[in-house]
Design a protein around this ligand. Structure first.
Ligand SMILES: Cc1cc2nc3c(=O)[nH]c(=O)nc-3n(C[C@H](O)[C@H](O)[C@H](O)COP(=O)(O)O)c2cc1C
Length: 402
């Protein structure tokens, strides 16, 4: 029998197969960060499609940690009943769901959060938002850590089966972990151990807020691909060993940052037209000029984080790894499981296009995801459209904001 359809545990929790819906920001909450009927439907469909484990998209744990207008918030108790709708929908279909908790750090705008975005260090303006962030004080760091703990408690009260800590993608935890973003010389920076401390304290806060048998998994970058060296696979391996010692139940290994290495997050086609149309009219010529040289340079590579995952394996002590990024063919999935390189197969864009993909594979209807990595789903986000497969192009209403 295919390993893809065998059970595997995360801590004490049994996952019915090896398919994981990688965290996917849907851009579908209300402007106040509440769950909508549309979002509930997305999760119900995924669970109906028999995905073993569903990671939600990024949920902001603190109002200053919000990155998108239509992003789900888990920063206050009032959102719990709405979040409960997500978990109920998934559980009714026999699925499992982990909430991904995030603080956006510098990857947001003053307009959205009402003040200068926070980061470990106040380094340079990034090429996307042009944000020069404010260096966080001890007090602000403590507040962010406590916010993760409180959010984990809300996730548990909402019926989530586990917590997925968002430490990748260039958001705040990633910024603390990365020597490129974190230039501090106090106890939060200056050495790998110190740069790890923010994530460490978050894990402690999260674990103490929920019962001990609720699994906690983490997503980190193995490659930041920032202009100067950030996280590399060697550093990620060091972090992985420390994470295992902290008692995490699984590790998802990714790459890229939203602001400095956007296309490394997903690879594939540059959604040039979609990115440009999200800009105000006066910025479009410069946007086109900056983006055009990127076209053709980020072709999808099958399982591009596999080498990094293989490097992590020896320090994992049997704790499962989640391989994400460019996994499309069933034969390839079987191979990496067979080799025990990874224990779970995480996919994002394939499930945007085909939420019922697992069922189709199970029934022998397909041997590969049909996603072509055109990245128009990615382009939907800055256009403030719901994330879905837009292979035929975004609706005509996109780009009218200018
Ligand atoms: C539209 C879109 C939204 C995403 N949202 C998130 C997110 O909320 N949290 C996260 O950790 N990664 C997010 N990612 C990254 C994916 O989880 C994944 O790491 C990446 O897309 C590579 O996997 P794939 O080739 O299967 O798409 C997102 C990717 C896409 C395309």
């Amino acid at each position: 029998m295919s390993l893809l359809f065998t059970l595997r545990k995360l801590g004490k929790l049994e996952i019915k197969n090896r398919f994981v819906r990688a965290p996917t920001h849907e851009n579908m909450s209300t402007a106040a960060g509440e769950v909508t009927d549309g979002l509930v439907a997305v999760y119900r469909t995924l669970a109906k499609g028999e995905v073993g484990l569903i990671f939600t998209g990024i949920m902001y744990v603190h109002p200053l940690g919000r990155s998108y207008t239509y992003q789900v918030g888990i920063d206050r108790n009032e959102v719990v009943p709405g979040l409960r709708r997500l978990t109920d929908a998934v559980h009714k279909e026999g699925g499992k769901i982990f909430f991904q908790l995030i603080h956006g750090g510098r990857q947001t705008t003053k307009k959205l959060i009402g003040q200068t975005p926070l980061a470990p260090s106040s380094t340079g303006r990034d090429p996307l938002y042009f944000v020069k962030p404010k260096e966080m004080t001890e007090q602000e760091i403590g507040e962010a850590i406590r916010a993760f703990g409180a959010a984990a408690r809300r996730a548990y009260e909402s019926g989530a089966d586990g917590i997925h800590i968002g430490g990748a993608g260039g958001y705040l935890i990633n910024e603390f972990l990365s020597p490129f973003f974190n230039r501090r010389n106090d106890t939060w920076g200056g050495s790998n151990r110190n740069r790890f401390r923010f994530l460490e304290e978050i894990i402690v806060a999260v674990k103490s807020a929920i019962p001990g048998d609720v699994p906690v998994t983490v997503k980190i970058n193995a490659h930041d691909y920032t202009p100067k060296e950030g996280i590399t696979p060697d550093l990620a391996k060091e972090y992985a060993a420390w994470l295992v010692r902290l008692g995490i139940d699984g590790l998802e290994v990714a790459s890229g940052t939203i602001t400095y290495s956007n296309m490394n997050l997903w690879l594939g086609q540059v959604p040039l037209k979609e990115y440009v149309s999200s800009l105000p009219f006066w910025k479009r010529p410069i946007g086109r000029l900056l983006l055009r040289p990127m076209v053709g340079k980020y072709n999808l590579r099958e399982g591009w984080n596999l080498e990094a995952v293989k490097m992590m394996k020896p320090v994992m002590g049997g704790i499962p790894l989640f391989l994400v990024g460019g996994i499309r063919r069933v034969d390839h999935m079987e191979e990496v499981l067979q080799n025990d390189d990874t224990q779970f197969i995480s996919m994002c864009r394939p499930f945007i296009r085909e939420p019922l993909l697992v069922k189709k594979i199970k029934q022998g209807e397909t041997k590969a995801a049909s996603c072509i990595s055109c990245n128009k789903c990615v382009g939907a986000v800055p256009n403030e459209l719901p994330v879905r497969c837009y292979r035929q192009g975004l609706p005509a209403s996109a780009g009218r904001r200018g």
